[in-house]
Design a protein around this ligand. Structure first.
Ligand code: SF4
Length: 478
């Protein structure tokens, strides 16, 4: 049984994170931060659903200042839940927020020089970047120390600083090095109220980055708590599978102190998924539910073989093919999704099967189970059978109804094998975090969308309907 990674404990408001404490559930509101009442309502709904920490975007100083009003309204309602300000691009907003809320999340990409994706960095340039991080971060660390504010260094695979990309590539190793550069500045300034996240929309990159991070921390004798999450996982079954596979695999290995399941759905929907993952895998191993067996394809009764899915589309199964049989007592479909996604990945990493066969008690709908197996294979990057979607969970920066639009895009363009479409809530972060999508559908202004082909912008400021029609025309030629 793997041992749990025991981090140091840090304090976020009244909540202790890390050590051997329970794994904390967190989420993020998607209301405009200047709309105090709507934001407070959503925080209250999240708290009632069992969320323990809530993140709110603070895109600028005005929004950061409004966190004070949000906090006051929550106090009036006697809701005591630690608030986290989410900062991108405006380090000054972080300095304002750090005086108000319990924790601030920053993105390293915003503390270095300008993002030079194609710049060549000499050793002198690289050192200059490190000095700049140190200079830029110091005022925030001083404020955090004065106000007992915690800090999350939020490394995103899609927005690594230019000097890291140049020297270490867009890799899990690069993510860890970026985190270590920030940790080093924090430690030099004797600041330890620190937590880390290494997120990616690609599940395997996310898992690998967190494993490397834990190994690196152990090697360096440091021990900061880890926040786990898969970014831009999307919605519905696909979103749950990706989040479960990334978070659940690490929890089963004893890694992770707090988790956020990002879904392009109302944030309250994330909470039961997060709680179930903690219940199943949060003790540093997999709680026994059902059976995991290996079987030769030839031994599976002929009338059941239709539900077995080959891992490689190009490699049909034969009698001797090694099949991973995931067999559960009758689970609700929502729980089955989580179990099967994580259990498949845990088994796949140990012994590569040729095929997978999911059974769920007396469930007779083999088509549904087969589709689930295919979705799991796609989330693992093993076999693509329909359009792959990358979609952000949205936040206070979102300019359009992303949940509705994602559903519409899926309905019209959801069945194209080998195609990847990103649906993103804002222009500030969206284009940078589209994870190599073929096309991007990005909210640019209230009710307006920009269309991208790869990194290239095709059309600006279309209405949502126009954008969808044009995207369909470009992809399907009709
Ligand atoms: S990409 Fe989505 S989640 Fe990220 S900042 Fe923009 S709207 Fe918010």
């Amino acid at each position: 049984m793997p041992k749990r990674y025991i981090s140091r404990e840090i304090l976020i408001g009244s909540l202790t994170l890390g050590g051997d404490r329970a794994i904390r559930v967190q989420s993020m509101v998607n209301t405009p931060t200047l709309n105090t009442l709507a934001t407070v309502d959503q925080v209250v709904r999240l708290a009632k659903a069992g969320c323990e920490l809530v993140r709110i975007t603070a895109a600028n100083i005005r929004e950061a200042e409004n966190l004070k009003n949000i906090l006051q309204e929550l106090k009036n309602k006697k809701i005591d839940i630690p608030l986290i300000a989410d900062i991108h691009f405006q380090p000054k907003a972080a300095e304002v927020a750090a005086r108000i809320v319990d924790k601030v999340r920053i993105n390293p990409g915003n503390y270095t020089g300008k993002h030079h994706r194609n710049k060549k960095y000499s050793e002198t340039d690289y050192r200059a970047e490190l000095e700049q991080i140190s200079r830029n971060l110091k005022p925030l660390l001083n404020i955090c120390k004065q106000h007992n504010t915690a800090l999350r260094i939020g490394i995103n695979h899609g927005s690594l600083p230019g000097h890291i990309l140049y020297k270490h590539g867009n890799t899990p190793e690069g993510m860890v090095i970026s985190a270590m550069e920030f940790i080093s500045v924090c430690r030099k300034n004797n600041f330890h109220n620190l937590t880390l996240s290494l997120k990616a929309s690609d599940v395997i990159t996310m898992i690998e980055a967190n494993r490397l991070m834990v190994n690196k921390m152990k090697k360096e004798g440091i021990d900061y708590p880890l926040h786990l999450g898969v970014t831009e996982a999307g919605n519905g079954t696909e979103g749950r599978i990706k989040s479960a596979m990334g978070i659940g695999t690490l929890l089963a290995e004893g890694i992770g102190n707090t988790i956020r399941v990002s879904l392009t759905e109302p944030p309250e929907n994330e909470i039961p998924v997060a709680k179930k993952l903690i219940e199943y895998y949060g003790r540093g191993h997999s709680k026994r539910v059902g059976k995991m067996q290996w079987q030769a394809f030839g031994k599976i009764p002929v009338n059941q073989r239709d539900a077995v899915v080959s891992i490689k589309e190009t490699k049909p199964l034969s009698d001797n093919s090694k099949i991973l049989l995931l067999s559960y007592p009758f689970l609700s479909f929502n729980n089955l999704i989580l179990r099967a996604a994580v259990d498949f990945n845990l088994a796949y990493e140990k012994q590569k099967p040729d095929g997978v066969f999911i059974r769920n008690g007396f469930e007779t709908d083999s088509g549904r189970l087969k589709e689930l197996a295919l979705q799991i294979l796609q989330a693992r990057g093993l076999r693509y059978y329909k359009t792959e979607f990358v979609a952000c969970p949205s936040c206070g920066r979102t300019h359009f109804n992303i949940e509705k639009e994602l559903e519409k895009v899926k309905k019209r363009l959801g069945n194209i094998k080998g195609l990847k479409i990103a649906v993103m809530g804002c222009l500030v972060n969206g284009p940078g975090e589209m994870a190599g999508a073929d096309y991007g559908f990005v909210g640019s202004a209230p009710g307006k969308v920009d269309l991208y082909q790869g990194p290239k912008i095709l059309f600006k400021n279309l209405t949502e309907e126009e954008a969808l029609d044009r995207l369909e025309k470009i992809i399907l030629g009709k």
